[in-house]
Design a protein around this ligand. Structure first.
Ligand SMILES: Cc1ncc(COP(=O)(O)O)c(C=O)c1O
Length: 406
């Protein structure tokens, strides 16, 4: 397919950008001697799982569906089976704040590592997981809450925020870790650099030292923006090596964003232009609410190719001498379905195509069909110079909307 043949809206994932990220993660794996997993919650475009499997150790899931997807699709190139128990995915980890009893057996069948969020959950499911653990088929860990916040402003993304249900606090842990537990897990970061990770681990060393001595492995969660241009990769590598040596632990990281950061765009067409009191408001065939929910939930203003400046919908756009401010909005009924205010060299025309950046992550995994909006096509842009480098991986239509209703 040529670019001109693509429909809008479409998510276009760039294979070349993905590989660049994966090369960085592979370097960390190799130089630090740690394992790195794809957090599927951020990016589950399974068409590229075999590509990712060539660089990373496995996946981490938020529940049974993601574990099954990894089991079926996260297969190393040239193999149909991974290392563990004839499973597809070499390492299939899962963490859920609470598991349903009817799902535990299947999880034990296809997972290699299971993380529990409470002692009650660990014990409730012990009769199912323990035989697998004793047979060496799965490893069991507890998620801890280090009660050490390193982020401000985004309480919704801070597992250490007051009242958090995520992770066991130090005061709730018994002196000796329960039998069968060989690892610990913490996930506290969100889009952060190496320093907050190091500070978090220093605090864990102070408050949980007796537990670090009892375990054999530790998972440091996600939120590491390792592939961002300003991330201090050598600092991360040095820190991970030091932890391995000091505590004698095997280490896992499970980034989501970093795997597909800046590796995708969302193309959308201008359907109409409405003159509002302050600036032209463009109605697009993409929606923040349906196709990029994090724009409203996080909230953030996504980058737009060619824009001179961007502001959130809540901010007033100051008059500028150069360019023209426009409001980019959607064709849903939701008044607040506004993506952002952008200053452009000139006002686009109806029929023009606009391109939002960084749309591979937390986009297609979170989208929805509110108002009967169709889901964007999923396109893979191969790493080639050919005009025909666009592969349509999936298209959605009315059936997909109807199938989810009854
Ligand atoms: C337990 C856990 N691991 C990994 C991740 C992935 O985080 P990110 O995509 O920010 O790297 C998350 C994100 O919420 C998470 O909750």
């Amino acid at each position: 397919m040529k670019y001109s043949e693509l429909r809008t809206p479409s998510y276009i994932v760039q294979e070349g950008a993905l590989v660049k990220n994966l090369e960085i993660l592979k370097r960390v794996r190799e130089e630090a001697g740690v394992k790195i997993l794809l957090a599927e919650k951020a990016f589950s475009m399974y068409r590229v799982y075999p590509l990712i499997a060539g660089y990373l150790d496995g996946t981490t899931a938020s529940g049974i569906c993601e574990t099954k997807l990894a089991h079926e699709e996260f297969v190393r190139p040239g193999t149909r089976e991974g290392a563990g128990q004839g499973r597809g995915c070499p390492e299939n980890h899962v963490f859920e704040p609470a598991y349903k009893p009817e799902e535990m057996r299947e999880l034990c069948e296809i997972c290699t590592h299971i993380y529990f969020n409470s002692l009650a959950q660990l014990e409730l499911h012990r009769p199912v997981w323990e035989p697998y653990q004793k047979a060496g088929k799965i490893r069991i860990a507890l998620r801890i809450n280090p009660e050490f916040s390193t982020q401000e402003g985004h309480a919704i993304y801070d597992p250490c925020a007051p009242g958090s249900r995520l992770g066991i606090r130090k005061s709730r842990l018994p002196e000796r870790l329960p039998e069968g537990v060989t690892g610990l897990h913490f996930h506290t970061l969100c889009e952060q650099g190496a320093e907050p990770l190091i500070e978090t681990f220093r605090s864990i060393e102070k408050s949980f030292p007796e537990y670090l001595r009892q375990i054999r492995w530790i998972n440091m969660g996600g939120g590491h923006h390792i592939t961002r241009a300003d991330y201090d990769v050598p600092r991360l590598i040095a820190f991970l090596r030091e932890v391995k040596e000091r505590w004698g632990l095997d280490i896992w990281l499970e980034p989501g964003e970093a795997v597909a950061l800046n590796a995708g765009t969302l193309i959308t067409k201008v359907l109409d232009i409405v003159e509002t009191e302050d600036m032209p408001t463009l109605i697009l065939d993409a929606s923040a609410a349906c196709h990029m929910p994090d724009v409203l939930e996080m909230p953030y203003t996504p980058p737009l190719t060619g824009a001179l400046e961007a502001r959130s919908p809540a901010e007033a756009a100051a008059p500028e001498t150069r360019g023209q401010w426009v409001r980019l909005a959607s064709r849903t009924c939701l008044a607040g379905d506004v993506i952002g205010l952008y200053r452009l060299p000139e006002v686009p025309e109806t029929g023009d195509i606009l391109t939002f950046g960084d749309m591979a992550i937390y986009s297609m995994v979170k989208n929805n069909t509110f108002n009967g909006m169709l889901l964007p096509d999923i396109v893979l842009e191969h790493d080639s110079q050919s005009e025909d480098r666009y592969e349509i991986v999936k298209q959605f239509g009315y059936r997909d909307f109807k199938e989810r209703l009854s």
